[in-house]
Design a protein around this ligand. Sequence first.
Ligand SMILES: *[C@@H]1O[C@H](CO)[C@@H](O)[C@H](O)[C@H]1NC(C)=O
Ligand SMILES: *[C@@H]1O[C@H](CO)[C@@H](O)[C@H](O)[C@H]1NC(C)=O
Ligand SMILES: *[C@@H]1O[C@H](CO)[C@@H](O)[C@H](O)[C@H]1NC(C)=O
Length: 658
Amino acid sequence: MYPRLLFLSVLSFYLFSTDILCAPTADPKSSTVELSVQKGHVVISNGIVRINLSNPEGHLLGIQYNGLNNLLDATTDKTNRGYWDLNWTPTQTRGAGGNEKIDGTSYKVITQTKDQVELSFSRIWIPSMAKRAPLNIDKRYVLLRGSPGFYTYAIYEKVKGFPSFNLDENRIVFKLNKEKFRYMAMSDDRQRRMPLFEDRSPKRSKPLAFPEAVHIVNPVEPEFKGQVDDKYQYACENKDSKVHGWISTNPQIGFWIITPSNEFQTGGPTKQDLTSHAGPISLAMFVSAHYAGNDLAVKLDNAEPWKKVFGPVFIYLNSIPGPPPTLWNDAKKQMGVETGKWPYNFVASKDYQQANQRGTIRGRLLVDDSGKQIPANGAYVGLALPGEPGSWQRESKGYQFWTTTDKEGHFSINNIIVGTYNVYAWVPGFIGDYKSPSTINITPGGNIEVGNHVFKPPRDGPTLWEIGIPDRSAGEFNIPDPDPTYNNPFLAKGPNRFKQYGLWERYTTLYPHGDLVFKIGVNDYKKDWFFAHVTRKKPDNTYGSTTWTITFMLKDVINNGTYKLRLALASATLSDLHVRVNNPNNNVKALFSTGTIGGDSAIPRHGIHGLYWLFSVNISGSTLQPNKDNSIYLTQKNAATAFPGVMYDYVRLEGPPR
Ligand SMILES: *[C@@H]1O[C@H](CO)[C@@H](O)[C@H](O)[C@H]1NC(C)=O
Ligand SMILES: *[C@@H]1O[C@H](CO)[C@@H](O)[C@H](O)[C@H]1NC(C)=O
Ligand SMILES: *[C@@H]1O[C@H](CO)[C@@H](O)[C@H](O)[C@H]1NC(C)=O
C-alpha cells in the first residue's frame, strides 16, 4: 500500500507544481474549462473561446475569440444572434404553427469538470403551450478543454398523445458580426467576398422572380453592382456540406460550422440544403423542404412517439495568418479531424449512441442489367428506415447511413445506430432503385456481413436509343449561359454554372420559334437537350406549356411487340408530363401522363436535381412505323407560371423483350 500511495502523491505533487510553474505563461490550451452562472446568462470559457448563453432560454448572446469580443451580431436582439429554431404546422386543429425559436425553460449543468462542461437548456411541452410545437426539446452546448470552438446538439421528442403536427424545418442560425465577417466559403469553388445585407434593401436592389433573389443595382460597395444575391446559389448536397463558414480578416478569424456526420439529416446523401447567406448568416440545416418539397416534412401522428438527436455540430474557430483560402483549408482539415472522431465519446446524452453501442455492416453490390452480374462501382449504398425502393429520399424521421462502393462493389458502413433498416442503393449509370429483400437489424457492437446483393435495374428489352446519363442529375445537358444582366462572375466557370440566376428564362430566348426537337443519331444531348423542360414565356408575360419532340428511325418494327419508354426525371415541380407517340394532337388523350407531380422547386432554386422519379411507358409496336421518322411528344401541361417544370435525368427506348 505505502509505496503506491507515495507514488501517487509524488505524481500529484509533480502535476500540481507543473500547473503552478506554467501559470504565468499560460498556454490557453492548458486552461481548464470554467463555468460562471450569472443572472439571466451563463458563461463558459476555456482560455481560447468564451461563450455566453441566455439562461434558461439557451440562445447564444456572445462568442468571444482571438480578441474579438463578440463574433455574433451584438447590435441585434439577444434572442436573434445564435439560436435553434423550427417551423411547424399543426395537423389537428390547434394553434397556427409557423416559426418558433426554441426557448429553454430549464437550465441544467450536465457535466462539469476541468476538461469539459456540458449544459442543457430544455423545455417540456404541456397542452397550454398551444403556440409551441408539441415537442420536448433539450438543447445542449459542450465546451472542451483546449478546443477552439464548441459543440451543440439537441434532442427532440414527441411523446405519444402529443397532438399531430408536421415539423417542416429544423436548424441552427448564427447571425455574425456584420462589420467583420465579409468573406464566405462553402466549397473550394464557391467562396467569395459577399454583398452586405443592406445591399438587399429596396433602395439598393430590385426584386427578382421570388423574394429570395434580388438584383443589386446600387450597392454600398461598387464591386457588387449588377450582381444577383440569392441564398440558393450557396446550397449544397448534404454529403458535400460538412464544413462552411465566414472569415473576418481583421482580426483574422474563421467561423465554421462542421457537420461531421449526415446521419441525422433527412432525405439521404443527395438532399440539398442551404449553408450561408448575406447577413452574414451561417446555418446548420437538419430538416427542410428545400429541393424536395413537403414530402420531407417530419409528419407526426398524435399516437406516434418519436425521438431524434440532431447533431452535434462543431462550431470551429481558427485564426491562422494568411489569405481567406488558408483559413478555409484549415477548416477542411479540422472537418477531417471531427469526422474521424465521430461518434463523439464526450457527448453525455444517453440518447446519443456511443461507438460501442452502434453496429457495422459489410457487403458487396452487383448489378445485373444484361444477364451478367458486374460489380457496382461507385454506387450509393445506405441504410434507412424500412420502406419502398427509393423511399429513403423522402424519409425524414429516422437516421440514415450512407457510403459508396469501391470498384469491386464492396461497401462497409460503420457506426450505425441500433434499429431496423433496409439496405438501399442506386448505381450511377443505371436507372432505378435497389432495396434489400429483407430488413436488417443492427445491434450494439453487431458486425453484420450482408453478403452479395444483386440489383436488377428495370429493363424489358434492348436499348434502341438513349438520351443523357442515368445519374439523377441534369448536369450533362445543355446548361446555357445566363442573361448577362444576371451573371455572377464566381459561378461563370466550373461545375456550378447551373447555379446562375434565371436560366429557366433562357429557354424562350434559345427556342423562340418552336419547342425543342431532338433527332436521335443527329443531335447531341450535351448541346441540344435543354437542361430543364420549362414553360414558355409569352409576349404578354403569361406562360404557356411546351412540347418537346424526340424523333427516331427504326429499321424493323415488331407490330405485336411492346416497346418501353423509360423516363427518369431528376426533378419535378407541379408538373404534368404527357407522352404521345406519332400524334402530337393535344386533344387526343395522351398515351401516358404522370398527373401533377413534384414540389422540389429545383428550377428556380438553381439545383441541377431535386427528387428522382422513374416512369415506364408501354408503347405498342402497332403505333410505330419502320423506316420512317417516329416521334415521341413530351408535353409539360401545367404552365400557370415560370416554375412548373421537370428536369430529365435520362430517357431510353427499349425494344420488345427478346
Ligand atoms: C453575457 O451577456 C449578457 C447579456 O447581454 C451581458 O450582460 C454579459 O456582460 C455577457 N457576459 C460576457 C462575459 O460576455
Ligand atoms: C407476335 O407475332 C408472332 C408472329 O405471329 C408470334 O410468333 C409471337 O408469339 C407474337 N408475340 C407476341 C408477344 O404476341
Ligand atoms: C406494359 O407491358 C407489359 C408487357 O407487355 C405488361 O405486362 C404490363 O402490364 C403493361 N403495363 C401497362 C401499364 O399497361
